[in-house]
Design a protein around this ligand. Sequence first.
Ligand SMILES: Nc1nc2c(ncn2[C@@H]2O[C@H](COP(=O)(O)OP(=O)(O)OP(=O)(O)O)[C@@H](O)[C@H]2O)c(=O)[nH]1
Ligand SMILES: [Mg+2]
Length: 422
Amino acid sequence: MDTNVIIGIVAVVAIAVLLIAWGVWNDRTRKAALKRAEDEAKARADARIAAEKEAERKAQAAVAESAKAAESSSGGSDETPSGAARHLPPEGKEEAEAAQVAVAEPAPKPAETPETAVSRIQRLRAKLANSSNPFGKALFSILTKDNLSESDWEDVEDTLLLADVGAEASEQLVDELRKDARIAGKADAAEVRASLKEKLLDLVGRDVDRRLNADKDGANKPSVIIMVGVNGTGKTTTAGKLARLFVAEGKQVVMGAADTFRAAAADQLETWGAKVNVPVVRSDKDGADPASVAFEASAKAKEANADVLIIDTAGRLQNKANLMDELGKIRRVTEKNLPVDEVLLVLDATTGQNGMTQAKVFAEAIGITGVVLSKLDGSAKGGIVISVQKELGVPVKLVGLGEGPDDLAPFDPEGFVDGILA
Ligand SMILES: Nc1nc2c(ncn2[C@@H]2O[C@H](COP(=O)(O)OP(=O)(O)OP(=O)(O)O)[C@@H](O)[C@H]2O)c(=O)[nH]1
Ligand SMILES: [Mg+2]
């Protein structure tokens, strides 16, 4: 073969190798930058949560201090202690597995008026708008630049990925934005905002029915809700806040503490029960079969002809098959008494894409009917609303906005999109 031809081939191969190496290096650098930005956003969110907790702790200490002062000046409180446990008689074969199951009846309290749904939605909007970097706002500032370059479009996609919108939805949104004449054609800011809002609303799903099944016409009575999720996502807190919402609607609620791993878990639910004036069915024995508690709770809710039964379960890692089976058992045993209307998966919004893996396994193992996105107050990554719905085909029904009793709002797509664009 001609030497020139050989030199030519060698040169082409060398150039190809160089191009591939440059591509790999470029990709790695971009991924590393993305990861760094993600870590920084997480650190900012953590710092904000810590600051909020500290502020809340101080506020609570101040309230306790003034309550103490008021008590000593009035010579003591006339409040009755929260209700004593009443043991139920044995029932069915589940009772054989359970230790003692008891109902903690809260002392009657004057009815409080919880915050209205409209006001909660406004608070959602404000909290999102004040979060460190609402991703809608970041998108808006890129899209209103003159002459968007390829690297601007890459920034748009990175912003979406960082906010946990998910790869597929991010790509779809970027494609649609690129095709939009109002954005590509150097339109004014108001038009860019209107177009972005519309597209985000389409992704979030503006017409999805997000009502809890218990709130629909013809709901079962009692309507049973089971709370599931990995450890510490906010199941128990959400159960308490949710009970308060139902009580505010004039519904009679019973809660079941089917988290029997730790006595403290049932105590925590009981504290919520006392706070919102709802009886809690619990076991007195640590490590009792959670399905037995669910059985007793459903029997009690049925007997009392309650409107809603909320069953709290223990946090569990999605990769522990026996624990996932236990959820199935809790459901089956409850269904001996009452049909289960709703299984709410509580996802911590600050865990981002890790939450997606959990969500898929829970959805397969027990079948979920709705998602509660907790701790949205501490996350700049609201995009998970979009990815979780897209991947699971299940709507986000509620969002958690903090640790207080009124910090749970029905998920409102318009308020959400306005919040992240503010
Ligand atoms: N900032 C914020 N904190 C929340 C929210 N929901 C729950 N928390 C806090 O998250 C922590 C865990 O909440 P729990 O309700 O105990 O979580 P859980 O899922 O029941 O936990 P396990 O039963 O241990 O799996 C508590 O400190 C709650 O106050 C929320 O929406 N926002
Ligand atoms: Mg719990």
